[in-house]
Design a protein around this ligand. Structure first.
Ligand code: TTP
Ligand code: CA
Length: 423
């Protein structure tokens, strides 16, 4: 279901730089943190692995153990056949260390990783204990995205001590495929112009949302790769798979309009849009801001959110991020007001070159029922949430204007990380 992007001037996927982090053999890596001797050895973590127990399943296996065909969800008997316990055969290298699941410890490690990711992202969405999406559009640029990705991996490695794989792409679904593409310790960057070529040779099963049953059905239709799927007739796909067919088709083409949204209720809702270079035509900026204001107000209404603060963001060359906002006496739901205040706030930038413009509503309040949800909200929700709406964490809208300047030093930090030093 295409949303705001059908509006002329609304943001496109190319506007975003999305980074997906997925920790490598996570539980096993956590065990290695506190037990040095497990490093470089086959490690199996699972339920029912306490000495003497014979039933249970593998939660994860280290990559060394995977070489023996041991994998997640495998029964303990099968795992033990392939890799007997090291404890029982201390001198046999074709054995593994078995450890029981210790969720509390893994949650602690996960929290340490999350803290770093929170510092590195404009917006962070955690999908599970060991997986997260970061919107890093404001933190990097495509030319230096690889250095940024390496920096993320290095910080996790140095400060927490566990390995991660990272994918960087213009949208969530491609970023996820990228992080998975070169595991473990992977770093795969797919800039917008490479997305189609990157996806084309991959089997359809690599596309998020395509399970084994759908993959088989596609194979029967002669569609084996993402490239085949991207070129398939959309009408045929729709008749076979309904709306999901459209979704598969879009993802195979590397299109995914979902925005990286933090869990829980957003603190603000915003939309922004970059120009092709810096424009000096203020009318064009106004026109785009109008569309963005409409899209933001509509989104707020759909989420039944009232807002008290209406703001704009204007990025001027080289990377000066200017925010202006006005706070009203009480919460409202008034699309016309979003537009008129946004345009008023923009006035002062008339005559300046502008790279990007954004509109935001903040100081949100929700209906009473939603408020209760908010209060009782906790981590550990339901994983990836399909189509989401834009939101950003942290409230940068303030009554007093403020200018954030990204210095050259900050840009350089990501540009000159020495190659491969995260190994
Ligand atoms: P995954 O990210 O699927 O796997 P992983 O981190 O072990 O390995 P990698 O990403 O390098 O392929 O899952 C994260 C953790 O979730 C995993 O370490 C253990 C747990 N888990 C289970 O408990 N049962 C399962 O069936 C799976 C797949 C994972
Ligand atoms: Ca993982």
């Amino acid at each position: 279901m295409p949303r705001g992007e059908t509006l002329p001037g609304a943001p496109t996927a190319e506007d975003r730089i999305v980074l997906h982090v997925d920790m490598d053999s996570f539980y096993a890596s956590c065990e290695r943190l506190r037990e040095q001797k497990l490093r470089g050895e086959p490690v199996v973590v699972g339920m029912g692995y306490e000495a003497g127990e014979q039933s249970g399943a593998v939660a994860t296996a280290s990559y060394e153990a995977r070489e023996y065909g041991v994998e997640s969800a495998m029964g303990i008997e099968t795992a033990l056949e392939r890799l007997p316990r090291r404890a029982e055969h201390p001198d046999d290298p074709d054995t593994a260390y078995y450890r029981p699941v210790d969720m509390e410890f893994y949650q602690d490690v996960s929290a340490d990783v999350r803290e770093i990711l929170g510092e590195l992202a404009d917006t962070l969405r955690e999908v599970s204990i060991d997986e997260a999406y970061l919107d890093v559009t404001e933190r990097t640029a495509w030319e230096v995205a690889e250095g940024f990705g390496r920096h993320v991996k290095q910080r996790i490695d140095r400060e927490v001590g566990v390995p991660a794989s990272v994918g960087v792409a213009p949208n969530m679904s491609t970023a996820k495929i990228a992080s998975d593409h070169d595991k473990p310790d992977g770093l795969v960057v797919v800039p917008p112009e490479d997305v189609e070529d990157f996806l084309a040779p991959l089997p359809v099963a690599d596309i998020h949302g395509i399970g084994p049953v759908t993959a088989d059905a596609l194979t029967d239709m002669g569609i084996e790769t993402a490239g085949d799927l991207a070129e398939a007739d959309p009408t045929t796909l729709r008749s076979k798979f309904g709306e999901r067919g459209d979704e598969f088709h879009r993802r195979a083409r590397g299109e995914d309009p979902r925005e990286v949204e933090p869990r829980g209720k957003p603190k603000s809702l915003s939309r922004e849009s970059a120009f092709d270079g810096a424009v000096e035509d203020f009318e064009a900026v106004v026109e785009r801001a109008r569309n963005l204001a409409g899209a933001v107000a509509e989104r707020a209404r759909r989420r039944e959110a009232l807002y008290r603060t209406i703001g704009v963001k204007v990025v001027t060359p080289p990377f000066d991020v200017n925010t202006r906002a006005k706070t009203l006496p009480g919460p409202v739901d008034e699309p016309e007001l979003v537009e008129s205040i946004a345009l008023d706030l923009l006035e002062e930038f008339d005559g300046e070159p502008i790279r990007k413009v954004g509109v935001r509503v903040a100081n949100l309040s929700f209906s009473e029922r939603d408020q209760t949800d908010l209060d009782s909200w906790e981590y550990g929700g339901t994983g990836d949430s399909g189509d989401v709406e834009s939101a950003e964490d942290g409230d940068r809208s303030e009554e007093s204007p403020r200018v954030e300047r990204y210095t050259n030093d900050q840009a350089r930090l990501f540009e000159y990380e020495p190659d491969g030093s995260d190994k």
